[in-house]
Design a protein around this ligand. Structure first.
Ligand code: HEM
Length: 377
């Protein structure tokens, strides 16, 4: 009798998981049994090829009457990325924060003038690990379903908040996941952003501030986060995100050298808000344009990939991680280790969707001379 009751309870819980499974939740890391139960409930969408580069890459008014800022509603999702938060809060992305990779690529190109190859690499890397490959949807942050098993699996519902596959430690304005919140704007960290901008940039965020603040955040994580991890892909994204505010948050009509005002910075980082009358960058920021910026930030305090080993101040270099001198290893390791590890049970339609998204991801890196990893079988 007890066994029967247990069996009924187990099926109710399993059914709950299936019923509660959001269309944008990732299938990464699920067991074969979970996949068998969940996949038939999903409304699959045809996966479209991603958009190509913009024809007009000049500075254009993007905070226009069609894209006014509105605060996120109570069910709208926002996450750790101030750029995507801004695109959603201005309606360049669906305001609910759930979008397809193609929508994200269109939005980052049109809204900020991100170059096509960079947009492909970042978007598909994130979608492969944090998005739903069958419904073709990715959420720009995490959200807990109202119903479902208790507690819901954070890896399933995390979207871009999901720690350690794409999102990582040592952000400028968000705390490390170890401290409990890796995605909300953190006032103390922003105060430090302002202090560093005053000390090294005369009141502005510029390349010198980017160099010093990146190093400071790494030192802070080493000294306070026993689980601090600073290996690829986070190693690359951390240096890239130090340059992004200079590339994307500065009005494209600027005449002075790259320097970001603190009011504008707060608007983006805290509220996902573009300044009134904001023009996107007048540069199409491709991988070749943004890459030297990463090297400049790194060069001032060259710190190689590594991690703390369970205690603070135990940073140990990891010679197996890709570093800035080997971009193609970022690509191959991400596919062979990160993505492969998250989908050991992919077959049928999921395997086909996985390979299609890997193909689009490769589109972004192919001009860097990387060799394509063969499709998964
Ligand atoms: C193309 C698709 C994009 C994806 C998937 C993406 C994703 C993310 C994620 C997951 C983070 C959190 C990193 C972490 O804490 O580990 C992040 C941070 C960041 N993103 Fe994005 N992003 C994208 C585009 C953009 C754009 C277009 C901008 C600028 C307009 C931008 C600016 C930033 C900045 C400045 C940070 C650093 C925040 C901080 O350190 O406090 N991103 N992004």
């Amino acid at each position: 009798m007890a066994r029967l009751l247990f069996a009924i309870l187990a099926s109710v819980i399993a059914l709950d998981l299936v019923l509660a499974f959001p269309s944008y939740a990732s299938l990464a890391g699920l067991s074969a049994r979970e996949l068998d139960e969940i996949i038939p409930t999903l409304e699959r969408r045809v996966i479209k090829s991603p958009p190509g580069p913009l024809k007009n890459t000049s500075a254009v008014l993007v905070n226009d009457h069609l894209h006014p800022w509105r605060p996120a509603g109570k069910d709208d999702i926002r996450g750790p990325c101030p750029g995507l938060n801004a695109l959603a809060s201005h309606g360049w992305l669906p305001r609910n924060g759930i979008a397809s990779p193609s929508q994200i690529i269109t939005a980052v190109q049109e809204g900020f003038n991100m170059g096509n190859d960079l947009a492909l690499v970042v978007t598909y890397a994130a979608h492969l690990v944090d998005g739903n490959l069958l419904t073709d949807l990715l959420s720009i942050g995490g959200k807990t379903p109202k119903t479902g098993p208790d507690p819901p699996k954070p890896a399933i519902v995390g979207g871009l908040n999901t720690h350690a596959v794409f999102e990582g430690d040592t952000s400028m304005t968000r705390g490390d996941a170890f401290f409990g919140d890796n995605h909300s704007f953190n006032e103390t960290l922003f105060d430090q952003f302002v202090d560093f901008s005053n000390k090294f940039g005369g009141g502005f965020y510029n390349v010198t501030v980017a160099q010093e603040l990146r190093f400071q955040r790494i030192q802070q994580s080493i000294a306070t986060n026993p689980q601090f991890s600073f290996i690829s892909p986070r190693y690359f994204t951390a240096f890239a995100e130090s340059i992004f505010p200079l590339a994307f948050f500065i009005d494209g009509r600027h005449e002075t050298p790259f320097q970001l005002d603190m009011t504008v910075a707060r608007g983006f980082f805290q509220d996902g808000r573009m300044p009134d009358g904001f023009f996107r960058s007048n540069i199409s920021w491709t991988l070749d344009k943004i890459g030297p910026g990463l090297d400049v930030v790194f060069s001032k305090h060259p710190i190689e990939p590594g991690a703390n080993n369970g205690t603070v101040n135990s940073y140990t270099l990891d010679p197996n991680s890709a570093d800035l001198s080997n971009f193609c290893k970022l690509y191959t390791d991400f596919v062979n280790i990160t993505v492969r590890g998250l989908y050991p049970n992919a077959k049928g339609t999921l395997l086909a969707a996985l390979n299609k998204n890997l193909e689009f991801f490769f589109e972004g890196v192919k001009d860097q001379g990387c060799e394509q990893v063969p499709p998964f079988v």
